[in-house]
Ligand binder design. Sequence first.
Ligand SMILES: Cc1cc2nc3c(=O)[nH]c(=O)nc-3n(C[C@H](O)[C@H](O)[C@H](O)COP(=O)(O)O)c2cc1C
Length: 160
Amino acid sequence: MKTLLIVYHSMTGGTRQMAQAAAEAAGEVRVVLREALAAGAAEVLAADGYIFATPENLAAISGMMKDFFDRCYYPALERIEGRPYATLICAGSDGQNAARQIARIATGWRLKPMAEPVIVCTRAQTPAAILAPKQIGQADMARCAEVGAAMGAGLAMGIF
Ligand SMILES: Cc1cc2nc3c(=O)[nH]c(=O)nc-3n(C[C@H](O)[C@H](O)[C@H](O)COP(=O)(O)O)c2cc1C
């Protein structure tokens, strides 16, 4: 059975819900859903495909996701080429730069993008709203589930 590794970080819950939606929809694959802090190079090497899910913080991937990539980049370099990946971004109002950063890292790893990044904007504007727990709406959860389902099906059928 193929393995899908989903690595995420979340401060106020939005990205966690997005990652869980993708995980639950993945179907006939072994899903390893890991917080960034708990994920390491061994999981990266052992997986057949990846979903990276991060908040956009200060126009960048979150610090914990950066730490995950920093720890895993060289141990996995040249050992995971050609594997598929997808990206989920939870942002306030933008998310583009976090998506670009992940695309650059994935290009370095020579991963294959499976889909355009899914960017969900929570529209929180004030400090209190930004720090409040997030509830991702059904339509956006469905977009994340589609990514999980497509990734799971592609891996299970050996399409990638
Ligand atoms: C320190 C900090 C910086 C942020 N910077 C951005 C940003 O640059 N662009 C953006 O669209 N949203 C930004 N946000 C909003 C978060 O992306 C948004 O609240 C998102 O829901 C966080 O995901 P989470 O619920 O998984 O933690 C920022 C939030 C925090 C706490």
